[in-house]
Design a protein around this ligand. Structure first.
Ligand SMILES: *[C@@H]1O[C@H](CO)[C@@H](O)[C@H](O)[C@H]1NC(C)=O
Ligand SMILES: *[C@@H]1O[C@H](CO)[C@@H](O)[C@H](O)[C@H]1NC(C)=O
Ligand SMILES: *[C@@H]1O[C@H](CO)[C@@H](O)[C@H](O)[C@H]1NC(C)=O
Ligand SMILES: *[C@@H]1O[C@H](CO)[C@@H](O)[C@H](O)[C@H]1NC(C)=O
Ligand SMILES: *[C@@H]1O[C@H](CO)[C@@H](O)[C@H](O)[C@H]1NC(C)=O
Ligand SMILES: *[C@@H]1O[C@H](CO)[C@@H](O)[C@H](O)[C@H]1NC(C)=O
Length: 357
């Protein structure tokens, strides 16, 4: 390697440190951002021509062609915003750190893509003609719905290429390694629920598409094709509701899918969860209206987690199945609940307006 390369390399590191500092002090502008957006990539085997997506999928996946996929836009990647919290959760989680290398972020705008690259994550820019996805998308606006559908189409492509994945919203905190809690009995789809009725195969459980594992095979590819094809006749319906409708109409039986609905005790959300740091694997800021409220409550949740980890001395994984003595935070930001209020476990909150991405 010649020394000018080393020089350029350290220069890039220096500049990124500088920009990070600028960021932290709140002074930054987009030109600085974009001008350093691409870092040198490692050379992949050059003989088979690969498209860009294949290359990033290969880079991000584990040996068993499994990876974690999330979608980000500008609003979600601002400093101190959802992406930061998400990465923090993986950093602070129990046995989750390695998953950072298997996370592929799908950026729907240039700012998000640049920010993703700056974090040195695996990044892919999803192009959708004529739509600006950079703002905070208000639940059920036209742009919101378009964005949801373009992500479904994209994920179908990933499945078709033979990759299994966990799809996660960015407002899901990963406190333990989900792969260890997921079932490994040949399930095609394991999906989180807003509420859980105790029956892992009961399709009456109300699904939440903010967190699910899907195995790549013909059946799941057909499922996603069917899901996307239902876009037309689902005027104004969110893709989650469309999948829910397909399930009610019997798509699981028709395609002979093995589906497991995930227990909110482990894969919980603000709608419903075990409220126990000793058990939680992932926790989703569902049933919540805005990014700001979500951030406030997820931050409180992470603070509780830090306390919990401090008490269980951080070394013993044996303790991870005991019930936590650290109090679960109330969702002040999302529900406006006072910290001392306790009997809220079966409160149902279905806000008419939600903000997702
Ligand atoms: C893939 O490998 C990882 C790491 O060994 C494991 O945790 C995960 O369960 C595997 N995924 C599948 C779908 O088997
Ligand atoms: C999946 O589909 C391909 C192409 O349609 C077919 O060749 C293959 O046999 C199918 N595999 C299974 C397990 O059904
Ligand atoms: C779906 O939309 C396409 C293009 O807008 C149209 O050609 C097609 O007929 C529609 N299909 C259904 C089932 O409505
Ligand atoms: C955790 O679970 C294991 C087996 O599942 C059990 O042997 C152990 O006693 C449990 N530990 C605690 C602290 O409950
Ligand atoms: C909450 O749960 C308790 C016990 O399960 C039940 O008696 C009560 O009616 C529930 N409240 C609401 C509002 O559903
Ligand atoms: C939901 O958000 C839309 C778009 O911002 C707004 O027009 C509408 O009034 C809101 N509805 C409620 C019930 O807050």
């Amino acid at each position: 390697m010649d020394s000018s390369k080393i020089y350029v390399g350290s220069w890039i590191v220096l500049v990124s440190l500088l920009v990070l500092n600028l960021l932290r002090s709140g002074v930054w502008n987009e030109p600085v951002w974009t001008s350093i957006s691409s870092f040198p990539q490692q050379n992949k085997t050059p003989n088979i021509p690969k498209d860009e997506l294949e290359a990033v999928l290969e880079g991000a996946s584990m040996e068993n062609k499994t990876l974690v996929i999330g979608v980000v836009n500008k609003a979600y990647t601002k400093e101190g915003s959802m992406l930061d919290l998400f990465l923090q959760s993986i950093q602070l989680g129990e046995g989750t750190q390695f998953l950072r290398n298997h996370l592929l972020l799908i950026a729907v705008d240039q700012t998000a893509f640049d920010r993703c690259n700056l974090e040195r994550l695996h990044c892919y820019k999803l192009k959708t003609d004529g739509v600006d996805f950079s703002g905070e998308k208000i639940y059920m606006s036209n742009d919101f719905i378009k964005m949801m559908w373009s992500r479904t189409l994209f994920l179908t492509d990933v499945l078709r290429r033979g990759y299994n994945f966990i799809f996660t919203d960015m407002d899901v905190m990963w406190l333990r390694n989900p792969f260890e809690r997921l079932s490994h009995e040949g399930e095609d789809l394991q999906i989180s629920c807003d509420f859980y009725n105790g029956q892992p195969s009961d399709r009456a459980n109300p699904i939440n598409t903010g967190f699910y594992f899907v195995a790549s095979n013909n059946k799941t590819t057909t499922l996603f094709d069917t899901w996307y094809a239902a876009k037309n006749e689902s005027d104004g319906m969110k893709e989650q509701d469309v999948l829910g409708r397909l399930i009610r109409e019997g798509v699981i039986e028709r395609l002979d899918l093995r589906v497991r609905f995930l227990d909110t005790l482990y894969f919980g959300g603000f709608c419903s969860s075990g409220k126990d740091y000793g058990k939680v694997v992932t926790i989703h800021a569902n049933c919540c209206v805005s990014i700001k409220s979500k951030i406030k409550d997820l931050r409180a949740l992470l603070n509780g987690w830090i306390k919990f980890r401090g008490r269980s001395d951080g070394t013993s994984t044996e303790k991870s199945n005991s019930t936590s003595t650290v109090l679960w935070p109330s969702y002040e930001g999302c529900w406006g609940i006072k910290p001392d209020s306790t009997s809220t476990s079966n409160q149902t909150s279905t806000p008419s307006n939600q903000t997702l991405i």
